[in-house]
Design a protein around this ligand. Structure first.
Ligand code: DP6
Length: 351
């Protein structure tokens, strides 16, 4: 028989940012985080895994190009952990189950968007890898259990195992057993939520998230304040806002947390700049747009957030999405390398 499975996972965009590890090997964060998983086909990774007794080594191809699986790497860890789950939860329980955990695997993964552009390709990539192996191995595992393994590939990947609104609970156990993703609300709870991805620059970013956040942990006093005194209340408040479908509160907290993430990047020694002049101009535009709406007695209409790169993600409710997109495009015509494209208008959650 041929043992093969395909799965895909979308990108997620954090509204409460993960930035900092307390354990760099297990990927345990210094604070909890919360994100929205995007839906539709625009920003996702699709991964096919095959297990075969004739394979001589575990191998992986990313967008058609082979990536070495080096000893001790995150990739190796994820594959090893998935094989362990297969053995413990399937083969050790059912003696007739084929011993797939002893076979080598070949894995092919495709992103339909630029890699490492600050568009969270590692998040969808590791989530799709784990989902495809879970499918191949017919694991009886919940998304939260799988998130424990995706987390060890890339922290933010653990949140892409769920659609909709997802929290990554930082946990406290040194083993990492309670550092996992949980669903806050499914996409269907708030289907009016949309995300607009404004690709300011799709080149590979300067400072990777992994090295950047480690430098922040080592040098930023502001990060310590954020971890202890800011994030816990924001996690609770934005969860409440999501459950109440309160866009005003959602927007205020999302923008404040993006701002503080970029402030801790700036507070790092040497400082890290992820946003550029176009990113900042988009912030000014969204702020002014909201100011006018608030002055008219209407609520917030848009909320920006930026990850470790210059691209803007703007959350808006369905009724305002078209206006927001037109506003952005009218101020930032599609200039190559600057405001390249509005990649798409995505509704707020996954399958
Ligand atoms: C700014 O998950 O890419 O996007 O765990 O080292 O792989 P590693 O980092 P990664 O960091 C993402 C940081 C962020 C914020 C977020 O997604 O929460």
């Amino acid at each position: 028989p041929i043992y093969e499975a395909t799965a895909s996972a979308p990108v997620n965009i954090a509204v409460i940012k993960y930035w900092g590890k307390r354990d760099t090997k297990l990927i345990l964060p210094t604070n909890s985080s919360l994100s929205v998983t995007l839906d539709q086909d625009h920003l996702r990774s699709t991964t096919t895994s095959r297990a075969d007794p004739s394979f001589e080594a575990d191998r992986l191809w990313l967008n058609g190009k082979e990536d070495q699986i080096t000893a001790g790497s995150r990739l190796e860890t994820c594959i090893k952990e998935m094989k362990r789950l297969r053995k413990e939860t399937v083969e050790d329980v059912d003696a007739s189950a084929p011993k797939l955990s002893t076979y080598k695997v070949h894995i092919a993964s495709y992103n339909n968007f630029p890699t490492a552009a600050g568009l969270a390709s590692s998040a969808s990539g590791f989530a799709a890898l784990v989902a495809s192996l879970a499918h191949l191995y017919a694991l009886p595992a919940s998304p939260s259990t799988l998130s424990l393994i995706a987390r060890q590939g890339s922290g933010s990947a653990c949140r892409s195992l769920f659609g909709g609104f997802v929290a990554w609970q930082m946990g406290s156990d040194p083993s990492g057993s309670d550092s996992l993703a949980v669903e806050v609300a499914p996409q269907s709870h708030w289907p009016q939520m949309h995300a607009l991805i404004c690709v300011v620059n799709d080149a590979k970013k300067g400072t990777s998230s992994t090295s950047g956040m480690q430098r922040t942990v080592e040098t930023s006093p502001l990060l310590q304040h954020r971890i202890a005194h800011v994030v816990p209340a924001r996690m609770a408040d934005i969860s409440t806002a999501i459950l109440a479908r309160d866009f005003d509160a959602f927007a205020r907290i999302t923008m404040a947390d993006s701002n503080q993430f970029h402030a801790v990047a700036l507070d790092t020694e040497p400082p890290i700049f992820y946003m550029n002049d176009v990113s900042r101009a988009i912030i000014a535009l969204v702020v002014e747009y909201n100011r006018i709406s608030l002055a008219q007695g209407k609520g917030y209409k848009a909320a920006y957030t930026y990850d470790a790169g210059p691209n803007a993600v703007i959350y808006a409710l369905e009724e305002n999405v078209r206006e927001v997109a037109q506003l952005i495009l009218s101020y930032f015509p599609q200039t190559p390398g600057e405001f390249k494209d509005v990649l798409g208008i995505f509704s707020g959650a996954a399958d």
